[in-house]
Design a protein around this ligand. Structure first.
Ligand code: BEZ
Length: 257
């Protein structure tokens, strides 16, 4: 079974096999450097683990996510935190935030201008935007081979789907500068990410994150296609008996002027 539709995530598979998403994000909290009493927005909070860690510093943190399933789970695990279902391109709060924090989310937001405008509207002048997202070249072998295999099987519309936006450092920092930010820190770096399942690591990853590539494909055709994709990336994504996602991250600290 594929695990994400446009509106629902398999939060159990996320917590079980893809916890690296928030584990790696812990490091980003150091860059955020939250202070007690600060008002912080965790944009795309998922199941709320990083939101919780930020809250432990005494910051007043709110987590938002467009997935109702994620917010339901986050609220169940951390009932004392303010979590809300809201889209990254359409949110407004009465009070401005001192910082907006976003880990592994903005590559899902194809309307990047709208997302940055929304963040800017809700961030005080002098406030900081701390983000990490997939950058240019991120999981490239998986994306390229998913498109190739789908095309080979005649699923041209599926192959052409744009699920993610992986900008270069220059592209994203230029966008932020255009929107009135000063870039304090920016980096584009490799982070080979070990996938948990040594047999089906790539297939599981695609089921978790890339299921929209398989919309409307008959269930019985999906498994063989996934198998072909996994084999196609074996030379680049399998080493020392483990599967890896060849992640390339953008990490940015930007200050609203
Ligand atoms: C990422 O964190 O780089 C990522 C996660 C899911 C899909 C695509 C990219």
């Amino acid at each position: 079974m594929l695990t994400k539709t446009n509106t629902s995530w398999n939060t159990n598979l996320y917590e079980d096999k893809h916890a690296f998403v928030f584990k790696y994000g812990e490091d980003l909290i150091s860059l955020l450097n939250p202070q007690a009493g600060e008002r912080i927005l965790d944009l795309g909070c998922g199941t709320g683990h990083l939101t919780h860690q930020i809250s432990l510093t005494g910051a007043r943190v709110t987590g938002i996510d467009s997935s109702a399933a994620m917010i339901e789970k986050a609220s169940a695990i951390f009932p004392d935190i303010d979590f809300r279902v809201m889209s990254a391109t359409d949110f407004d709060f009465d009070e401005m935030f001192d910082a907006v924090f976003s880990n592994a989310v903005l590559h899902w937001v194809l309307d990047k201008e709208k997302a940055v405008d929304c963040i800017t509207r809700n961030l005080r002048t002098g406030g900081r935007l701390i983000l990490e997202m997939g950058g240019k070249g991120n999981v490239e072998e998986i994306v390229v081979n998913t498109r190739k295999v789908l095309t080979r099987h005649g699923y041209y519309h599926n192959a052409a789907r744009q699920l993610w936006y992986f900008p270069s450092l220059g592209e994203y920092t230029s966008l932020l500068e255009k929107k009135g930010y000063r870039i304090n820190y920016a980096s584009h770096f490799d982070r080979p990410t070990e996938l948990k399942d040594t047999e089906n690591g790539i297939k599981d990853w695609i089921k978790m994150f890339g299921s929209a590539f398989f919309d409307n494909i008959p269930q019985e055709h999906i498994e063989p296609v996934l198998e072909e994709i996994q084999e196609a990336v074996r030379p680049t994504n399998f080493r020392n008996h483990k599967w890896y996602g060849n992640y390339k991250r953008l990490r940015i600290e930007a200050i609203k002027q």
